[in-house]
Design a binder for this molecule. Sequence first.
Ligand code: PHE
Length: 332
Amino acid sequence: MDLSTAIHELESLEASGLESFRTSSRPEEVEAARIEYLGLKQGKIKAAQERLKLIEPSARKQYGQRFNTVKKALEAAWESAKARLERPEAAISGLDVTRPGTPRPRLGHRHPLTQTADELIDLFGRLGFGVARGPEVEDVFHNFEALNIPLSHPARDPADNFYLSDGALLRSQTSTIQIRVMERQAPPVRIVAIGRVYRPDEVDPTHSFMFHQIEGLMVDRGITMAHLKSTLRLFAQGYLGEDVQIRFRPSFFPFTEPSVEVDMLWHGGDRWVEMGGAGMVDPNVLRAVGYDPDEVTGFAFGLGVERLCMRRHGIDDIRQFTLNDVRFLSQF
Ligand code: PHE
């Protein structure tokens, strides 16, 4: 018998033997494979060993070496098949714990705005502010009247609001929650409230018809503009970093007097972007909820949550928050 035929036979014996041991899932199958390949009397390895005599003497050494590796490989396969069946997982037939597993499912996470809201609430919490809530569908009393916005005021214009019916609209500002909180409780008050607000604005990189505000309200004896400024400065440094620059500009809101607009220096440092409005709660508002403006004073603010998050993370388009593009979302 010539050497190459003999080696070829050895190799196909090795391949089929290894396969038999690898696929046997019950002890009887392992034993059957052992008898077929490694059996001392009639096993295929035994037959292959006897073939040595048919090979011409000069090629016997080479055949013998290959024979030894095949025999060792089959013995090892037998050992590992036995070991595999001894492990309890193998009781489930066909389970091969040595094979690669199915990939781990990818975990989702909270939306960047939700993360921002949690962080803002946490920051103001450390400054002593509790959390309040209010409805997104509001009545004109809470959205306008109690906030000292008279019937004739342009802020009530149907073109600037989403009215649902005569008496109801999607709230245009979270200042509605100031009123709801003060109606419910006597001073002192120190709360923040985060929620969606709606305005039929033209959509551009910094405007949308729906966005989030964080409203703050603090009412107590002796509250002044100095408390407002230091609170907003502390907050801005806490959320945007010690070196953030903010500025206060005189402004007007019907429900605060005096009023300011607060700007932050945008990332890049080349322009100011409005962060929100603020001011000292107008005595008319305090009176409307039954507080005595001679006894207590207060400040309030309303900041744009998207813009804070954009400034913090270098996001340049507010529309990113609602596109649901995972390439954007997965960065947070
Ligand atoms: N509600 C105002 C707005 O939406 C912001 C504001 C809140 C101003 C509280 C003063 C006090 O623009």
